[in-house]
Design a protein. Structure first.
Length: 50
């Protein structure tokens, strides 16, 4: 969904980064809405970061 490698996603996952996640056993789960909000916040509009 983000088009990044697992290591990059790990660095963006809370508490290291802004993307919330839930850990169940060895699995890390992300809410799709949280990922969409992260993408929207990082969009570049008109050549200027938002």
């Amino acid at each position: 969904m983000l088009g990044i490698c697992e290591k990059s996603l790990w660095t963006l996952t809370a508490p290291r980064g802004p993307i919330p996640a839930v850990k169940l056993g060895k699995r890390i789960l992300y809410c799709p809405l949280d990922l969409i909000q992260f993408i929207e916040a990082k969009k570049v509009r008109g050549g200027q970061p938002t």
